[in-house]
Design a protein around this ligand. Structure first.
Ligand SMILES: [Fe+2]
Length: 439
């Protein structure tokens, strides 16, 4: 049995399989589109390597697509059929992927967390734990702590140390420890200059600290800089668009939407999230976004049965509501209601977060700002459970602020703007709402 680049056993005797496995993981951490090709090459070199089969399965799960679940199941079946049985390490990978593909993110968190205690250098699993199971449940503190729990095993000589730091930095950011977060993010890039996640980590710090000018300078790259690294690349352009929007540069924000954030029709989950969240912000501050909602809603409707993440679903709701696609909105509402009638984590999420958000967006777009306001206020404490980052979920808060202003609920609006004034003091949006309230 051979070892991977961090010295952990891989259940193969093919050096070509190991080489491609390591390359796939390395390319995955740079968000390169060809990562999956290296995973395929590892499987081709040794189809009986269960770890290679599971690696591909995890990579497919990253698309957050229900349509891909049968393909993931095939990789799971091939891994389980390993002649002679699975190694302990592979058993951990398998348990995590099974839970993930069953959309049981809490259980996936548990088994992947246990795995990391046994295999603290298993960088790929750490990423799955971090991003797939904690991030998409809004576990802000665990995003930090899950990485700290393996810190005893990591130092600068371990391959992938920069990626470890990039994750730790993001964990610190979501936990509100911005100084440490920025330090880790910048140090990560010293070790792994191509770590797009570390670029993203620093962007989040700058967003949360309201450093819009620094953010615009931070994401100062040619538009084609990351063409082989979509879709995270487009999310980083979304962050730049947020900095521009926060600065009041609405024309530039809209131009960036067209050139880099949503340059072509896409049903990729992160593109739908980015696009809806940006168009809503722009329109909220008085910008005419033309026919963009209709173009986006067409894609959102086409993909609504495929989306796995509740966070994406809320953005689908937003796009459908804004484009006036009442039939599709009703269909989505029905799907959410059926899920809410079930049991467990996904059912609770649908009933306590997804449905209130969908209803609030629908009410807002129908001009019923009172209803939007009440629905958002009632569900506000639960939003975090839908996952995503603080910066992403801020859209919900902004819709609440705007609803309060538009509904003429002055005391509530003043209170929300007071909070926002401390957290986002330099935001053009804040000034806009203050002007609206004073008018
Ligand atoms: Fe982000």
């Amino acid at each position: 049995m051979l070892q991977d680049v961090r010295g952990y056993q891989l259940d193969t005797s093919s050096s070509a399989c190991v080489e491609n496995f390591d390359k796939a993981v390395a390319r995955f951490f740079e968000f390169r589109l060809d990562a999956v090709e290296y995973a395929d090459a590892a499987i081709s070199a040794d189809p009986d390597c269960s770890m290679a089969q599971l690696l591909k399965g995890y990579m497919l799960m990253g698309a957050q697509s229900r349509n891909l679940l049968p393909v993931v199941a095939e990789h799971i079946a091939k891994a389980e059929a390993k002649p002679g049985g699975l190694t302990q390490r592979a058993k951990g990978w398998l348990a995590g992927l099974k839970a993930l593909s069953a959309n049981d993110l809490p259980h996936a968190s548990k088994v992947l967390g246990q795995h990391m205690a046994e295999w603290p250098l298993d960088l790929f699993v750490l990423k799955q734990l971090h991003q797939q199971t904690l991030f998409w449940r809004g576990k802000s503190l665990d995003l930090r702590d899950s990485v700290l729990r393996v810190s005893h095993a990591w130092d600068k000589d371990v391959v992938g140390f920069g990626h470890y730091l990039g994750m730790l930095g993001f964990g610190y950011e979501e936990a509100g420890e911005y100084e440490k977060a920025e330090m880790c993010g910048r140090a990560a890039l010293q070790h792994s200059p191509e770590d797009l996640w570390a670029v993203h980590t620093v962007a989040h710090v700058l967003e949360m600290q309201g450093r819009h000018k620094d953010g615009i300078e931070w994401i100062n790259y040619p538009l084609n800089a990351w063409d082989d690294r979509a879709p995270l690349a487009r999310h980083i352009w979304w962050h730049k668009a947020l900095f521009l929007w926060d600065s009041g540069s609405y024309d530039e924000t809209l131009a960036l939407y067209d050139s880099a954030v949503y340059p072509a029709p896409s049903t990729a989950y992160i593109d739908v999230q980015n696009a809806a969240a940006l168009l809503w912000r722009l329109e909220m501050t008085g910008v005419d976004v033309g026919s963009r909602w209709h173009a986006l809603a067409g894609q959102a409707e086409a993909t609504m049965d495929d989306q796995l993440l509740a966070f994406t679903e809320s953005h689908v709701s937003a796009a459908l509501a804004k484009a006036g696609r009442s039939e599709a909105l009703a269909k989505q509402r029905q799907q959410l209601a059926e899920r809410a009638d079930g049991e467990g984590w996904a059912a609770n999420l649908a009933s306590e977060v997804s449905i209130p958000l969908a209803d609030a967006f629908a009410a807002y777009t129908m001009g019923d700002y009172e209803k939007a306001c009440d629905g958002l206020l009632a569900s506000r404490e639960e939003w975090v459970r839908v996952g995503g980052s603080h910066a992403q979920r801020d859209l919900y808060t902004q819709v609440l602020v705007d609803s309060a202003v538009k509904a003429g609920r002055r005391k509530l609006a003043e209170s929300l703007l007071a909070e926002r004034g401390v957290q986002h003091p330099n935001s053009a949006g804040l000034q806009y709402w203050r002007r609206q309230l004073a008018a």
